[in-house]
Ligand binder design. Structure first.
Ligand code: AMP
Ligand code: MG
Length: 417
């Protein structure tokens, strides 16, 4: 095949590789200015603005990992059966007395180990009768005790600045006693869908030239999952004046304006000219499939990203470009997309010369090994593929794939929180 199609047309720019386009976008990203303190339960999915250090050891004291008896191993005979009087009972939440020599303490999981005891014997191997506990010896010194500071030492950083706060991170913050966390303010993202043909779901289609606006619902939902505050600007007609007015309004409120459609160079595509008139626009042809055109620019203080109108293309380009850009603007430290190698359950004999992202999903084979399969139609007109899939297979330009080859899989779950 000739490479004529990758040659720039007169007046257009050459194709960018995906990596180059992503690097250009990320180079412009800056974390939002502004932080707030929120209670732990309001901090889920937010991005931590400053590192958090523990003011305490966790656990705060040596404590029992099991229900059983705490004792001193030097009080025990070398073999046979030991018997010790039980001198105290220590449930979780109580303060222990020092262990009297030659005795055992009844102890429960999480209760502090009394001073002097050096091991805990699990209750399953003990018999207690008339205040005396019997069990076989020898026993191992140090068993079943969780040591003070074993999880976290006082003064240690428990959460780094730029951490996306997962349920586990909130649990960890709680475990060191933090009641609230400083987080970056929410990113305001305005969303608009361009196209005269678009009708809102729930309304009837008046004629065969109309279609339902699906991008609005996909994009707003993706943004909500990323914990953005969405400014929903609805549908914008293919009209230069209306496009300018909406963009001006959005620029006054949003950190980022996200649009779909209208970024081609057809005469019904007004986003490009409106942006050029109102701000600054780079329009890139990116050598990926699906999703060739991508617009990136700025109006006033707001960034602008124009995604393709095609619903599959806009979904895929959101995953590849918008998600990492938003993460960086939210202050997240880690913006790289997770990816891993997995065996292909499919053949891909006729690769494209562009890098391709196939709608794919992980499936166990007959041998129980996980493989990745692809949706039967990879046409960019088939939105069903995005629901069937749980990720994308990243196919290099001209990469022929045979079943069993290792391929790169990008899980949607990793791309989204
Ligand atoms: P455009 O980039 O505006 O030329 O749109 C490319 C294709 O995507 C056209 O077939 C549009 O009808 C379709 N399209 C654009 N916007 C949407 C949308 N919001 N929902 C569903 N399809 C759309
Ligand atoms: Mg259009």
């Amino acid at each position: 095949m000739s490479t004529c199609c990758d040659m720039p047309l007169p007046g257009t720019r050459p194709m960018l590789s995906m990596d180059e386009a992503l690097a250009r976008i990320l180079a412009q990203a800056r974390p939002v200015a502004g932080q707030e303190n929120v209670s732990l339960l309001d901090a889920l999915n937010r991005v931590l603005a400053s590192a958090q250090v523990s003011a305490i050891d966790v656990p705060g004291a040596d404590n029992s990992a099991m229900d059983g008896y705490a004792l001193r191993t030097t009080d025990l005979p070398a073999s046979g059966e030991a018997s010790l009087p039980v001198s105290q009972r220590i449930p979780a939440g109580q303060v222990a007395q020092p262990l009297q020599a030659g005795t055992a303490a009844r102890i429960f999981t999480g209760a502090p180990v009394p001073a002097g005891a050096d091991t805990v014997i699990i209750q399953e191997v003990c018999r207690e009768e008339d205040g005396v506990v019997r069990f076989p010896v020898p026993v191992k010194a140090g068993a079943n005790i969780r040591r003070a500071g074993e999880d976290i030492r006082k003064g240690r950083e428990v959460l780094a600045a730029g951490t996306r706060l997962t349920p586990q991170a909130l649990g960890l913050a709680a475990s060191v006693g933090l009641g609230s966390l400083p987080v970056f303010r929410r990113l305001q993202v305005a969303v608009l869908s361009t196209g005269d043909e678009l009708v809102e779901p729930g309304m009837p289609l008046a004629h065969s030239g109309q279609i339902y606006n699906s991008n609005r619902y996909t994009l707003i939902s993706l943004l909500r999952r990323l914990d953005c505050e969405v400014i929903d600007l609805g549908r914008v007609r293919d009209d230069y004046g209306e496009t300018c007015a909406v963009l001006d309004r959005a620029a006054g409120q949003a950190d980022l304006i996200l649009s779909t459609g209208g970024v081609s160079v057809g005469e019904e595509d007004h986003v490009k000219s409106a942006l050029e008139a109102r701000g600054r626009l780079d329009l890139w042809r990116i050598a990926i499939k699906p999703g060739k055109p991508l617009a990136f620019g700025q109006i006033g203080e707001a960034f602008f990203i124009g995604l393709p109108g095609n619903p599959v293309s806009s979904f895929v380009t959101f995953q590849l470009f918008v998600k990492p850009f938003i993460a960086a603007c939210q202050g997240e430290r880690q913006t790289a997309q997770p990816a891993f190698a997995v065996a292909a359950a499919f053949d891909w004999p006729k690769p494209d010369k562009r890098r391709e992202f196939l709608r794919a999903r992980l499936e166990p084979g007959d041998d129980g090994q996980i493989r990745v399969g692809i949706y039967p139609s990879q046409s960019s007109g088939v939105l069903s593929s995005t629901v069937w899939a749980d990720g994308l297979v990243d196919v290099a330009p001209n990469q022929v794939i045979r079943a069993g080859d290792a391929v790169t899989f990008l899980p949607f779950k990793g791309l989204l929180p």
